[in-house]
Design a protein around this ligand. Structure first.
Ligand SMILES: N[C@@H](CCC(=O)N[C@@H](CS)C(=O)NCC(=O)O)C(=O)O
Length: 202
């Protein structure tokens, strides 16, 4: 079993942290996205959508999509539970994970793609769209700060995959020059809480 990834990219980091929380060792294969290695015929044969992370099982099955990979490991090794212990928890965690992916991670990635030259060789850029996405991402810092005023973690009392998604998104926003502001005290306290877990440096 191995995972194709790029260590500094946010989506692969989500899987790394998830596996570290579960204490699962993994073989990683580095794919250089800036050099376009994910556009090679060899990589496209494994994942036609040309994204990392990509999990290869020993039977030759490929699983792309961060949440699908995490789901595989949650089923393989349930403890510690990161995607919920009962229907209510599963629903709430999945809701927040999707909210953060769609409303924060996605605009964060779009801002990076459309306002820096990192992927310029491979992707058409629309800088105005990138700036709108920067605004959307900035607004989410405030939303999350309000949300965290009454609970320690994104989905409630317990650490979950939603915290992993939010941590990777917040940290990656450095490339968009967006950081938590001093008045966002709940967000800052949460960030300190989740960053101090050993898995954060996986
Ligand atoms: N929805 C996908 C998104 C994966 C994704 O966009 N990964 C980025 C790295 S963080 C990537 O492979 N980018 C390559 C590209 O856009 O060309 C997932 O969750 O796995």
């Amino acid at each position: 079993m191995k995972i194709y990834e790029m260590k500094i990219a946010p989506s692969p980091r989500r899987v790394r942290i998830f596996l570290a929380e579960k204490g699962i060792e993994m073989e990683y294969v580095e794919v250089n996205l800036q050099k376009g290695e994910h556009h090679s015929a060899e990589f496209k044969a494994m994942n036609r959508f040309k994204t990392v992370p990509l999990l290869e099982l020993d039977d030759g099955t490929f699983i792309s999509e961060t949440v699908a990979i995490c789901r595989y490991f949650e089923e393989l090794q349930p403890e510690p539970r990161l995607m919920g212990r009962n229907p209510r928890e599963c629903g709430v965690i999945e809701m927040w994970n999707r909210i953060i992916e769609l409303n924060w991670l996605l605009p964060t990635g779009m801002c990076f793609q459309h306002t820096t030259d990192y992927f310029a060789a491979f992707k058409k850029q629309v800088p105005e769209w990138g700036e709108l996405c920067r605004d959307k991402s900035r607004d989410f810092f405030d939303l999350l700060n309000d949300h965290l005023a009454t609970q320690p973690y994104i989905a409630g009392e317990d650490y979950s995959i939603a915290d992993i998604t939010a941590l990777c998104t917040l940290d990656f926003n450095k490339v968009n020059q967006l950081r938590p502001q001093p008045h966002q005290e709940h967000l800052l306290a949460w960030h300190k809480r989740v960053s101090s877990r050993p898995s954060a440096s996986a």
